[in-house]
Design a protein around this ligand. Structure first.
Ligand code: ADP
Ligand code: MG
Length: 566
C-alpha cells in the first residue's frame, strides 16, 4: 500500500517526517506494479489499431470536437493521460514519431509487452536491473539480426520508395487510395530531396513539402503542386493575378495605421482640420505603398492586414498583394524564395526581396488560392489534399505525413525490410536460439524479450482475424527453417512470405521501435519509488484543474489516477 509519509524515527524515538502531509509514496514492488499496469493499459488501448485491419479510435475532447484516427502518436497525444508511467509510453510514441514518423503503435505495443513479461520475472524474484541488462543485450542482438537481413536499395528508386509509402498508407483510413497517394508522396519527396555537395547521402527536409488540406471533392482529387500554395486570395480586384519574375516582399507587420489601445479624443473646431487629419492618415498609408514600390517589389505577401488605402495605391502601381498569410507559410516562402521577413515596412530594401518565377492566383473549387512557383532558393512542393469532409482530410494529412516520413527514412538510410510482422517474428526466433548461448537469469530476460517482440506479429494476426496459436506455430516453424520474411499476409489472412507479397518498411522504423521501447521500458523498470504530490503547481490556474480526489494533477494515493480506468 502507499503510505502518507516515510515513517522514520530518531534514536530517541521521535518520528521524523520527511514528506509534507498529503504526499503519497509507493515503493518497491508496489510502485513497480502500478507503473507496469499503467503502461500496459496504454499499450492495450493501441493494440487493436495495429496494421491494415486495425480499428480506428474516435476521440472526443472536452469541447466535443471529434478526431478519428488510428495513428498511435495521435491517439496518445489526444488522450489526457495523467499517470507518470503511462506518460512515458506517450513519450515513446512521440520520439518514434519525431525520429522516423511511423511505427508509433508498434513501439508502444512492444514496450507494453516488454513490461508485462518483466513482471513475470519480477514475481520470480529476478531483480529489475538484471532484466534491464538482459533487455539491453537482447535489443542489441535484435538490431544486429535485422540489419543482417535488411535489403539495400537505391535511395532514389521510385519503385522501392512507392512500396514503402504504400505500406504506411495501407494501414490507414485512406487505404483505398494508398496507390495514388503513395505515388504523389514519392513525387513530392523526389522533388525536394537534395544531395549536399561533398556528400554521398541524400537529405530531405520534410518542411519543404507543404501539406495543404481542403475539404470537398474526393481523395482522388489530391494533387502535387510545385511551389507553395497559399489558401488566400489577392486582396484587390485591380491587382494583377499573374506575376512572372516575382520580386516578393514578405511583411510581418500590418500595412495599416495601428489603432491605439485606449480611446483617444480629437477636438476639432474647424472643418479644415478634419481634412488635414485625414490627409495625414492617407499620406502615411501612401508612404507604405511608396516604400514597397521603391524596393522594387511586385508582390507583397503580408502576415497581417492591408488597409484599403494601401491596397488602392499598390493596385495603382501594379503590385499584387495577399494578406493574413500564416506564419508557417511565411517561413516556407522565406526559405524557398530567399525573402527576408520584414517587421517594419519603412526599412524594406531590395535586398530583402525574394524571387520566384511565377506568382499566380488560381481557382480551386470555388476558392481562389495563390501559387508561388519556380522558386529561386529551395525546391518546394505542396500536396493538396482533398476529401469528403474535414475529418477525412485531417486523417489523410496525418497519414500522408507518415508516408512522407517513411520515404525520407529510406532516402536517408536506404535499407528496407519486409513488413507484416516478419521482422519481429525473425527477431523473436533469432533471440530464442541466441538465448541458449547465455546462462542464468539474463537468459530468462532475453527469452522474455523474444516473446514480447513476437506479440507484434501476433497482434497483427489477431487483428486480421487469424487464430493466435495457429499463427504462432506456423511463424515459428517457418522461421525455424530460415524463411526470413515469413509474416502475416493480411489480404489472404494467411502466414506468408511478405517479400513476395510486396509489403516493405524502412529499416530505420524497425530500429527505432526497438531502441525507443527498450529504453523506456528500462527506465520504468528501474523505478522503485514513486513519490506523488511533490511541490505541485498551484492547481486550477496552472490549467491542470483539480482531480476528483482534490489533488492537483499528480497521482492520488492508491496508485491509479482518475482517467486511467479506460
Ligand atoms: P504503426 O503505428 O506501428 O506503424 P500501423 O497501424 O501503421 O502501426 O501498422 C504497422 C504494421 O502493419 C507493420 O508491422 C506493417 O508491416 C503492417 N502492415 C502494413 N501493411 C500490411 C499488409 N498489407 N499486410 C500485412 N501487414 C501489413
Ligand atoms: Mg504505420
Amino acid at each position: 500500500m502507499s503510505q502518507q509519509a516515510i515513517p522514520a524515527m530518531t534514536a530517541s524515538g521521535q518520528p521524523v517526517l520527511i514528506l509534507r502531509e498529503g504526499t503519497s509514496q509507493s515503493r518497491g514492488r508496489e510502485a513497480q506494479r502500478n507503473n507496469i499496469t499503467a503502461a500496459k493499459l496504454v499499450a492495450e488501448v493501441l493494440k487493436t489499431s495495429l496494421g491494415p485491419r486495425g480499428m480506428d479510435k474516435m476521440l472526443v475532447d472536452s469541447l466535443g470536437d471529434v478526431t478519428i484516427t488510428n495513428d498511435g502518436a495521435t491517439i496518445l497525444k489526444e488522450i489526457d493521460i495523467q499517470h507518470p508511467a503511462a506518460k512515458m509510453m506517450v513519450e515513446i510514441s512521440k520520439t518514434t514519431d519525431n525520429e522516423v514518423g511511423d511505427g508509433t503503435t508498434s513501439a508502444v505495443i512492444l514496450a507494453g509487452s516488454l513490461l508485462e513479461n518483466a513482471e513475470k520475472l519480477i514475481v520470480k524474484d529476478v531483480h529489475p536491473t538484471i532484466i534491464v541488462d538482459g533487455y539491453r543485450k537482447a535489443s542489441n542482438e535484435a538490431l544486429k539480426a535485422i540489419r543482417k537481413v535488411a535489403i539495400k536499395v537505391s535511395p532514389t528508386d521510385r519503385v522501392w520508395l512507392t512500396r514503402v509509402a504504400k505500406t504506411a498508407l495501407s494501414t490507414k483510413l485512406v487505404a483505398k487510395h494508398a496507390d495514388t497517394l503513395a505515388e504523389m508522396v514519392v513525387d513530392a519527396c523526389l522533388q525536394v530531396a537534395e544531395k549536399p555537395i561533398g556528400s554521398n547521402d541524400y537529405s530531405l527536409d520534410i518542411d519543404d513539402i507543404k501539406v495543404e488540406k481542403k475539404p470537398g471533392g474526393s481523395l482522388t482529387d489530391t494533387s502535387v503542386r510545385h511551389g507553395i500554395v497559399i489558401d488566400k486570395e489577392i486582396v484587390h480586384g485591380a491587382m494583377p493575378t499573374k506575376v512572372t519574375n516575382a520580386k516578393i516582399a514578405l511583411i510581418a507587420s500590418p500595412l495599416e495605421i495601428e489603432k491605439t489601445e485606449f480611446d483617444a479624443k480629437l477636438n476639432i473646431s474647424d472643418p479644415s482640420q478634419i481634412k488635414a487629419f485625414l490627409d495625414q492618415e492617407n499620406q502615411m498609408l501612401k508612404t507604405m505603398s511608396d516604400k514597397i514600390k521603391k524596393s522594387g517589389a511586385n508582390v507583397v505577401l503580408a502576415q497581417k492586414g492591408i488597409d484599403d488605402v494601401v491596397q488602392h495605391y499598390l493596385a495603382k502601381e501594379n503590385i499584387t498583394a495577399v494578406r493574413r498569410i500564416r506564419q508557417s507559410d511565411a517561413d516556407k516562402i522565406a526559405k524557398a524564395t530567399g525573402a527576408k521577413i520584414i517587421t517594419n515596412v519603412n526599412e524594406l530594401r531590395s535586398s530583402d526581396l525574394g524571387s520566384a518565377g511565377l506568382v499566380e492566383q488560381r481557382e480551386i473549387e470555388n476558392d481562389k488560392w495563390v501559387f508561388v512557383e519556380k522558386c529561386a532558393k529551395a525546391k518546394s512542393v505542396s500536396l493538396l489534399i482533398r476529401g469528403g469532409t474535414q475529418r477525412i482530410v485531417d486523417e489523410a494529412a496525418r497519414s500522408v505525413n507518415d508516408a512522407l516520413m517513411v520515404v525520407k527514412d529510406v532516402m536517408e538510410y536506404p535499407f528496407v525490410v519486409a513488413g507484416g510482422g516478419a521482422p519481429e517474428a525473425l527477431i523473436s526466433n533469432h533471440l530464442r536460439t541466441w538465448s541458449n548461448k547465455l546462462s542464468g537469469r539474463i537468459q530468462l530476460a532475453v527469452q522474455q524479450y523474444s516473446d514480447a517482440i513476437e506479440k507484434i506479429s501476433l497482434a497483427l494476426a489477431e487483428n486480421a482475424g487469424l487464430d493466435h496459436i495457429d499463427a504462432q506455430v506456423e511463424l515459428r516453424a517457418k522461421h525455424g527453417k530460415g524463411n526470413t520474411w515469413t509474416g502475416i499476409n493480411i489480404n489472404s489472412g494467411k502466414v506468408d512470405d511478405m517479400e513476395k507479397v510486396g509489403v516493405f518498411e524502412p529499416l530505420a522504423v524497425k530500429e527505432q521501435i526497438i531502441t525507443s521501447s527498450t529504453e523506456a521500458t528500462s527506465m520504468i523498470l528501474r523505478i522503485d519509488d514513486v513519490i506523488a504530490g511533490v511541490k505541485a503547481n498551484p492547481g486550477p490556474q496552472a490549467g491542470g484543474g483539480m482531480g476528483p480526489g482534490g489533488m492537483p494533477g499528480g497521482m492520488p494515493p492508491g496508485g491509479m489516477p482518475p482517467g486511467m480506468d479506460m
